[in-house]
Design a protein around this ligand. Structure first.
Ligand SMILES: [Mn+2]
Length: 314
């Protein structure tokens, strides 16, 4: 029997050994330093307000690991994470106290503000959707005319969840409140929502008047798609992506799965539709990896991040 020995492998690494050792502390394709990067990718492992099944605090690490299972090249955009114009830096994860909502939100807002002050584009990886609120507030501080492009199964427009105004189910309503406070009056125009299929009647009424809601790319009339583009064009856009916008058949690994959602291919089609927008920040939230023991949800979330980085780099 032939013995396979590893003796000399480590010593031979510098001379081009057959063995290839890889360390994976960062996202696939990350630049080695922040100075070289346009985007800063930050994990926010906080899931303190999930109303059904918690676990999204585990998403940033799981997605980072899964990223190595993808190619850097995307056949959809025909670009690669290694292309010069795509420059992102995986800064790791912010250690946030899961039992302390106010402190966690304050830390996220401060860190995001710092990244924006360094002229970086923020790419957050949640966490439950509430982590998007301080991110949006930091963006509104910098971009008073910010618009929001929101992918989700849920409108996240509740006034409160069991009396709690700050929750993953209220975040878009709170963001609009923040915008209205900054503008000194109600603002209805700067929101486009995609994939919403769950909420109360008053939330859907509000959505009908206040936001422009799109569902499946092949069934929306061209005029409505154009109206959405008109709303978002020519202004800075924050794109927030709750993975439960995907149908549970594609994305079972999430806290509040909702049947009747988009396929991965339909999501890609929307990214293509919106690819001309000036996206100044983005996040992907609500993956709860342990509810999908196959791991496929985590790979899908990693692929969403890759496609967003590629679609919206410039
Ligand atoms: Mn949701």
């Amino acid at each position: 029997m032939m013995m396979v020995t590893t003796a000399g492998v480590l010593a031979g690494l510098d001379e081009g050994s057959l063995f290839h050792m890889v360390q994976r502390p960062v996202w696939m394709g990350s630049r080695p330093t922040m100075a070289e990067a346009d985007w800063v990718l930050v994990g926010v492992p906080w899931d303190g307000t999930c109303s059904l099944r918690p676990g999204s605090r585990f998403a940033p690490a799981a997605i980072r690991d899964a990223s190595w299972g993808l190619e850097t090249y995307s056949p959809y955009t025909r670009t690669s994470l290694e292309d010069p114009h795509v420059a992102f830096y995986d800064a790791g994860e912010l250690e946030v106290p899961c039992g302390n909502r106010e402190k966690a939100l304050g830390m996220i807002r401060t860190l995001c503000g710092e990244a924006l002050a360094m002229n970086k584009r923020w790419f957050g990886v949640g966490g439950d959707h509430l982590v998007t609120l301080p991110t949006l507030q930091a963006h509104m501080d910098r971009y008073p005319d910010l618009a929001i492009l929101h992918f989700d199964a849920h409108g996240d427009l509740a006034q409160d969840i069991l009396g709690e105004a700050l929750s993953h189910g209220t975040i878009i309503r709170r963001a609009m409140d923040h915008m209205a406070a900054m503008a000194g009056g109600p603002v209805l125009d700067p929101l486009v929502q995609v994939g919403i299929r769950s909420g109360t009647v008053d939330q859907f009424d509000w959505m009908t008047q206040g936001s422009l809601h799109l569902m499946f790319p092949e069934s929306e009339p061209q005029e409505k798609i154009q109206a959405a583009l008109n709303r978002l064009s020519g202004r800075p856009v924050f794109l927030t992506f709750d993975v439960d916008v995907l149908d549970p058949a594609h994305m079972p690994g999430t806290g509040t799965p909702e049947a009747g959602g988009l396929s991965f291919v339909q999501v890609l089609r929307w990214f293509e539709v919106f690819s001309g927008l000036n996206v100044v920040g983005a996040d992907v939230v609500e993956l709860a990896p342990h509810y999908d023991p196959s791991g496929a949800s985590t790979f899908a979330a990693a692929k969403v991040i890759r496609e967003l980085l590629l679609r919206f780099s410039r």
